[in-house]
Unconditional design. Structure first.
Length: 221
């Protein structure tokens, strides 16, 4: 399935009736104005008019679907279910949005928590992480000085993905947030609800585990 075409219409229908919470586009000039708004401005506008929520959904649905796939080994079907749950939960809690947080950190936090909640209820889950669309994954990881030396050998993107798949989930997630989602330490701290010092420690340990697993794979090549 094309990630760009994932629909969350059913998520909307859980919150409002289709008539009240439609996916209809406004006039072109109205859409253009909305798309120029910051996330935080769109939150305020959504509280005034629920139809405006579609702009936030369109802005984040692909990013969040890929994030779910990257950190959870989800099937596409499960990832779509989690994504819909995320948007429903975010909408229902917009009144409680903390303006001291970036909206992106807030909705990533909801996504992180929904992934954990989903798999607490699931006894079986796939073990292979999906990185659909991450053709530059290897170059992204090579951009970090601590990992560059370990990646000098011509690893394929698949080998890197396989290594990430074998990592502890908490370490894999911080690497995904830092290097693939391009989040800074403060944003990761807000998403995971952990102090920045703890985030720094997790990233350091994640790099160490990645190196160890990459080296172990190298021995068998």
């Amino acid at each position: 399935m094309d990630l760009e075409k994932v629909s969350v219409l059913s998520a909307y229908e859980h919150v409002h009736s289709p008539a009240q919470f439609s996916m209809k586009k406004g006039m072109p000039d109205e859409n253009e104005r909305l798309e120029d708004k910051t996330d935080e401005e769109l939150v305020a506008l959504t509280l005034e008019n629920p139809d405006n929520y579609r702009v936030l959904v369109e802005r984040y649905e692909v990013k969040l679907l890929r994030y779910i796939m990257r950190i959870s080994s989800s099937t596409m079907e499960d990832a779509e279910d989690i994504l819909q749950d995320v948007f429903v939960s975010a909408y229902r809690n917009l009144n409680g949005f903390d303006p001291d947080l970036k909206f992106s950190s807030w909705i990533y936090r909801i996504t992180h928590n929904k992934v954990i909640s989903h798999y607490r209820k699931t006894t079986a889950r796939p073990k292979t992480v999906t990185y659909e669309g991450d053709n530059d994954l290897l170059n992204i990881l090579k951009g970090d000085s601590d990992l560059a030396e370990d990646l000098e050998r011509q690893y394929t993107a698949k080998e890197v993905m396989d290594t990430l798949s074998e990592m502890d989930e908490r370490y894999r997630e911080v690497l995904v947030l830092k290097f693939i989602e391009d989040k800074n330490y403060r944003e990761i701290s807000d998403i995971l609800e952990k102090p920045m010092g703890t985030v720094a420690t997790l990233i350091s340990r994640a790099k160490k585990q990645f190196k160890e697993k990459a080296e172990e794979k190298n021995k068998h090549i």
